[in-house]
Design a protein around this ligand. Structure first.
Ligand SMILES: Cc1ncc(COP(=O)(O)O)c(C=O)c1O
Length: 381
C-alpha cells in the first residue's frame, strides 16, 4: 500500500486501515489449497473481528473458529447456515454451555476432565473433539508457546501415549492441534502431525476430523506444499476431514495504524514525538516488546525521533525511529503489519478513544467500518 494514500486529508486519525486487496490475495491462496486438497479452511476470528472485515473473509472460508461464547454469537450473526462454527477454549463455563451447544457445530474440549464431563453431552448435539498438546515447540517466547512446560492448552500427547491420562474416546470425533505462531514453515506442521498420529491410540477411536490450528503465514514466501501433502496424507491414511484455522496469516500483514503527530519537543537532547494513539491501540508493543514497522523510516538518517503515545503511562513508547524526512505537528505516522491481535486487544485506558477502522478497497476508496464515541466508553462503566 502506497504511503501517499494516507495523506488523504478526509481521513480521520487515528485509524486502523485494512487493505482489502491484500486480504483477498491471501484468501485466494486459501482457495487454491482447498481446491488441491478438499480441506475446510476456517478463519480464526480472535485475530481481527471487526464485522465489516469478517464479511469480506466469509465467502472464502467454510466457517469461523472461535474462543468464547461471544465470538460464537458473532460468528452465528455473520455466517450462512451452510458454514460451520468451531470453538476451542480452556474456559468453558457451566452457565454458557446451553448457548454454546445451541450455536456451535464443532466443540473441542481442552482437557481430560472436560472430556469426562462433557463429551457425551456434546456428542448428542455437535461434533466433539479434543485438543492435543503435541509437546513439540517451535516458538522461542514461551508466553506464546502452546507447548510450554506445564501447558494448559490441550491434553499432553506424552501422557496419552504413556497411559498416564485416560481418555474415553467413544464420544470423540476429532483432534485439534495448534502449536505455532508466525511461522512460514509448514514442515513444522508436518512434523507435528506425524508425532500426533503415531501416538494417538487410533484403534480406540473413530476419528472423523482433525483441525490443524493456525500459526502460519500464507504469503508468497510460504511454501504451502508441505501443508497440502500433510492434508492429503491425513485424508488418505485416516479418512478424516481436515480443517485449519489461520488468523494472523490472513489479516496481520493487511493492517495499518494511521496516527498523527500532536506534539514534538526535545527532552534531554532526544526528539520526542507524541502521537494521537497509545500503545493500548497496539497492545503487543508493550505486552511483547514488539517494535512495529513504520512507513518512511530507515536504518539511519538525520531525523531520529522517539515515537510515544498520548497516555499518562511513561512506558507508552513505540520505539526510536529514523525517518526519511523531518516530522512536524500534523505529520502522519503509519505503523505496518498490525492487522492481527491489535484492534481486538485495544482498550480505552485514560479514556482515550479507540481509532476508527477503515477498509481500503480496489478503487482506492476508504470505507468507514467502525467509529467509537463517548457512549462506547461510558457503556462499559
Ligand atoms: C487454537 C487456535 N487456533 C488458531 C489460532 C490462530 O493463530 P494465528 O493467528 O497465529 O494464525 C490461535 C491463536 O492463538 C489458536 O489459539
Amino acid at each position: 500500500m502506497k504511503d501517499s494514500i494516507f495523506n488523504n486529508t478526509d481521513l480521520m486519525s487515528p485509524a486502523y486501515v485494512y487493505d482489502q486487496d491484500k486480504i483477498v490475495e491471501v484468501l485466494a491462496r486459501l482457495t487454491e489449497i482447498k481446491e488441491n486438497t478438499d480441506c475446510f479452511p476456517l478463519y480464526s476470528i480472535k485475530s481481527a473481528n471487526i464485522s465489516g472485515l469478517l464479511k469480506i473473509i466469509k465467502p472464502y472460508v467454510d466457517g469461523f473458529s472461535c474462543s468464547s461464547l461471544f465470538e460464537v454469537q458473532l460468528a452465528k450473526e455473520i455466517l450462512d447456515d451452510s458454514q460451520t462454527i468451531h470453538i476451542t477454549t480452556p474456559g468453558y463455563r457451566e452457565d454458557e454451555w446451553d448457548q454454546i451447544l445451541e450455536l456451535t457445530d464443532f466443540i473441542t474440549l481442552n482437557s481430560a476432565t472436560q472430556a469426562k464431563n462433557y463429551s457425551e453431552k456434546i456428542n448428542s448435539i455437535a461434533s466433539c473433539g479434543i485438543r492435543i498438546n503435541p509437546e513439540l515447540s517451535f516458538i522461542n517466547d514461551e508466553r506464546y508457546d502452546p507447548c510450554r512446560t506445564y501447558s494448559k492448552l490441550g491434553v499432553s500427547l506424552n501422557d496419552i501415549a504413556d497411559k498416564k491420562i485416560n481418555i474415553d474416546w467413544q464420544f470423540i470425533e476429532g483432534l485439534h492441534i495448534h502449536n505455532n505462531c508466525e511461522s512460514n514453515n509448514f514442515e513444522q506442521l508436518k512434523q507435528t502431525v506425524d508425532k500426533v498420529m503415531s501416538a494417538i491410540p487410533l484403534n480406540d477411536c473413530d476419528l472423523k476430523w482433525i483441525n490443524l490450528g493456525g500459526g502460519y503465514f500464507l504469503n508468497n514466501e510460504t511454501d504451502t506444499m508441505p501443508l497440502i501433502s500433510t492434508i492429503n496424507l491425513l485424508q488418505e491414511n485416516y479418512g478424516v476431514d481436515v480443517y485449519f484455522e489461520p488468523g494472523k496469516g490472513i489479516t496481520g500483514h493487511a493492517g495499518y495504524l494511521l496516527a498523527t503527530v500532536i506534539d514534538l519537543f526535545v527532552s534531554e537532547g532526544k526528539q520526542i514525538i507524541v502521537l494521537d494513539v497509545t500503545i493500548n491501540h497496539l497492545p503487543e508493543v508493550f505486552e511483547y516488546q514488539y517494535q512495529p514497522k513504520v512507513m518512511n523510516t530507515c536504518d539511519k538518517s538525520d531525523y531520529e525521533y522517539r515515537l510515544t503515545g498520548c497516555s499518562c503511562l511513561s512506558g507508552d513508547i513505540f520505539g526510536d525511529y529514523y525517518f526519511d524526512t523531518p516530522l512536524q505537528t500534523g505529520s502522519k505516522v503509519v505503523f505496518e503489519n498490525v492487522g492481527a491481535y491489535m484492534q481486538v486487544k485495544a482498550n480505552m485506558f485514560n479514556g482515550i478513544n479507540l481509532p476508527v477502522t477503515y477498509l481500503f478497497n480496489n478503487d482506492e476508496k476508504f470505507k468507514l467500518l467502525k467509529q467509537y464515541d463517548y457512549d462506547s466508553f461510558r457503556s462499559r462503566l
